[in-house]
Design a protein around this ligand. Structure first.
Ligand SMILES: [Zn+2]
Ligand SMILES: [Zn+2]
Length: 335
């Protein structure tokens, strides 16, 4: 089968992914061979491919096929699988977990110490086929568009989980910093939890997207986020999805006393002011329960995605456009 393979992390300008034939093993017990219909292009793919996350042990192997938000059709089911050939399923970054530890048995399997991450510790979906674990795939609701709904499996669940953890509710307001793949969904999920959604955008195009996604207010700013709290005031909650230290620093300044800052990117918390009684918490993808809730919401038309389609072989160019801030919403690769 064909795949976009990473042999060595390098700046995306050097086109580090090569389109080549890749040997695929047969699915084992409890595994599925899935023919990929659509695979989302995530900012974390870019980090891994360029080598930014080598210090975190990512990628865990080389060569590796990146990609972790996928919809496809089961083309072969290993022994003991509940899914059958022809089933339409999706897979998130949560490839598998141990199933036995305290996290796993309390519905927080995404925090398992033995978690496997699709496209980071095992081969992902920048490919014609992917092997997945039967217990970690999801049935895709029949009314969803299969080519454009794969981003539900990363930005969808990530935005939903972060909103769930953000202490939102009626009468509260929330800033969403970073209106990319996750942020454009978070504007909607924040509202599903009853709060008012304020988009913080550093580009015209992303501000337009925020409006299109139903943001209650759109605040445009420069890349330094200068003077935001002075001009627009603080909010009960702030969700940060822009992968920059400045965004996190700004988020900390924009939280009201007693409020909640949810951070969905790597970075540091500087100048933490304990007398403000703020809560700072991380949020990463989500457990299977949250993923299922996202699929239900999308099927009910309560979560929409802005998606542009590309061919699988164009992955290097798509990543370059993502790096340049030229992707509006999410890009998906179609094999
Ligand atoms: Zn992702
Ligand atoms: Zn576990």
């Amino acid at each position: 089968m064909k795949a976009m393979v990473l042999h060595r992390p390098a700046p995306v300008e050097q086109k580090p992914l090569s389109y080549e034939d890749y040997d695929l093993r047969e699915p084992g017990p409890g595994e599925l061979l899935i023919k990929v219909i659509s695979c989302g292009v995530c900012h974390s793919n870019l980090h891994m491919i360029e080598g930014d996350w080598v210090k975190y042990g990512v990628p865990a192997k080389l060569p590796i096929i990146p990609g972790h938000e996928v919809i496809g059709t089961v083309s072969m089911a290993g022994p003991g699988s509940l899914h059958r050939e022809g089933d339409v399923v999706g897979l998130s970054p949560l490839y598998s977990s141990c199933g036995r530890c305290d996290y796993c048995i309390t519905g927080n399997e995404h925090l398992c110490d033995s978690v496997q991450i699709t496209g980071e510790t095992v081969d992902g979906c920048y490919a014609e086929y992917i092997i997945a674990k039967d217990e970690y795939v999801y049935d895709v609701p029949g009314n969803l568009d299969l080519e454009t709904s794969s981003p539900l499996f990363c930005p969808g669940v990530t935005a939903y989980r972060a909103s769930k953890l953000a202490s939102l509710g009626p009468g509260k307001d929330a800033y969403v910093i970073g209106i990319g793949g996750v942020g454009h969904v978070a504007l909607q999920t924040v509202k599903l939890f009853g709060a008012r959604a304020v988009a913080v955008s550093t580009s015209e195009a992303h501000a337009r997207l925020a409006e299109e996604m139903g943001a209650d207010e759109v605040v445009s700013t420069d890349r330094e986020y200068s003077g935001l709290s002075e001009r627009y005031g603080r909010a009960d909650s702030v969700l940060v999805f822009s992968p920059s230290q400045k965004a996190i620093d700004t988020g900390l300044k924009l939280v009201k006393k007693g409020g909640t800052l949810v951070v969905g990117v790597f970075g540091d918390i500087h100048e933490f002011r304990f007398p403000t009684e703020i809560t700072v918490r991380g949020s990463v993808i989500g457990p299977r329960k949250d993923m299922k809730e996202v699929l239900r919401l999308a099927s009910d038309g309560k979560i929409r995605l802005k998606v542009t389609k590309f061919r699988l072989s164009e992955a290097n160019e798509v990543l370059q456009r993502l790096k340049n801030g030229e992707i509006i919403g999410r890009a998906v690769l179609i094999p």
